[in-house]
Design a protein around this ligand. Structure first.
Ligand SMILES: NC(=O)c1ccc[n+]([C@@H]2O[C@H](COP(=O)([O-])OP(=O)(O)OC[C@H]3O[C@@H](n4cnc5c(N)ncnc54)[C@H](O)[C@@H]3O)[C@@H](O)[C@H]2O)c1
Length: 284
């Protein structure tokens, strides 16, 4: 099956999704806004490829000749499947769905959002029945499972198409119902936020917080390195979505998170977050 897939949003997760699709031999059109810095995308794809090759030395490399880059949403119109990964902001995402509607897109659309309910996005889409949530984890190539969110209007056909695409990628789908933050982020975001508060209050340094989660609870990464990997700006935006949905202070972004984002410390993508990822940095 070689139908082209349009991946909209070439940031942290969109690039990782595109890479995983290329490894599965799928032709991909990766779309971002005009003026987007494609050099960071190429660097990220090379990074994902190194990770994937390290994890599975016998696997086939991503076929980069199948990757088309675009700054025009019209290039999503003819795709067999659309995976939307734009900024975690309802207005920004809604604009993309409205444009897909104007373009008459008839493809199934997977919404990759951290917390925005799928039905809210579906309301702006060409056909709400053709929208399903696909909450991918970064790095996508190295993650075995995807949280799939069935909106109240998601059709069985679209859900099947999502499962079948994930099957091709070698990923297991776990289907949950629609709610702000779904399952993972309703829990994870509260945990990340409290971990940031603990650091703020001087209870522990980031490496101690993460070491406890790895050594005592068997997590692959602690909450603060996970936050750096996701992107601290995305963490704050996701907490804002959850805070709007659930008036609980556990979702009020920690002051330190807000300050880090305001000063451009966005995590791995900017080189600094709770940890320092710049060349030669030693606090890793
Ligand atoms: N970072 C993660 O680990 C992760 C995991 C799962 C889901 N998500 C969700 O995926 C989405 C993207 O997250 P991210 O971390 O990649 O964010 P990001 O900020 O790294 O990237 C978002 C990208 O969307 C692009 N964009 C914005 N408006 C656009 C438009 N109109 N047309 C085309 N491109 C547009 C931006 O230019 C940017 O490149 C968010 O909803 C986020 O919550 C993120």
């Amino acid at each position: 099956m070689t139908e082209r897939i349009a991946v909209i949003g070439a940031g942290v997760i969109g690039t990782s999704v595109a890479h995983a699709l290329l490894r599965a031999g799928r032709p991909v059109t990766l779309i971002d806004r005009p003026g987007h810095d494609w050099s960071t995308v190429r660097t990220a794809i090379r990074h994902h490829e190194r990770l994937a090759r390290f994890a599975d030395r016998g696997s086939k490399p991503a076929d980069l000749d199948r990757l088309a880059l675009s700054t025009d949403l019209a290039d999503a119109a003819g795709a067999g499947f659309v995976i939307e990964n734009v900024t975690e902001d309802l207005e920004v995402k809604t604009e993309v769905y409205h444009r897909l509607r104007e373009l008459g897109t008839s493809a199934h659309i997977a919404a990759n959002t951290s917390a925005i309910p799928i039905d809210t996005l579906a309301a702006a889409a060409p056909d709400p029945a053709r929208v399903v949530g696909a909450h991918f984890m970064n790095p996508v190539s190295a993650t075995a499972m995807v949280e799939v969110v069935r909106g109240p209007r998601t059709s069985p056909r679209t859900l099947d198409a999502m499962r079948s695409l994930l099957d091709d990628l070698g990923k297991q789908a776990v289907v949950v119902n629609d709610a702000p933050g779904f399952v993972i982020n309703r829990v994870l975001m509260a945990m990340v936020n409290q971990a940031a508060v603990l650091v703020e209050q001087g209870v522990a340094e980031p490496h101690a917080v993460d070491a406890l989660f790895k050594g005592c609870l068997g997590h692959a990464m602690g909450p603060l390195r996970t936050a750096d990997l996701i992107g601290l700006d995305t963490i704050v935006k996701t907490l804002d979505v959850l805070g709007d949905a659930f008036p609980d202070p556990v979702f009020t972004p920690a002051g330190s998170l807000v300050e880090m984002v305001a000063s451009g410390r966005l995590g791995m993508k900017s080189g600094q977050g709770f940890y320092d990822y710049r060349t030669g940095a030693t606090d890793d």
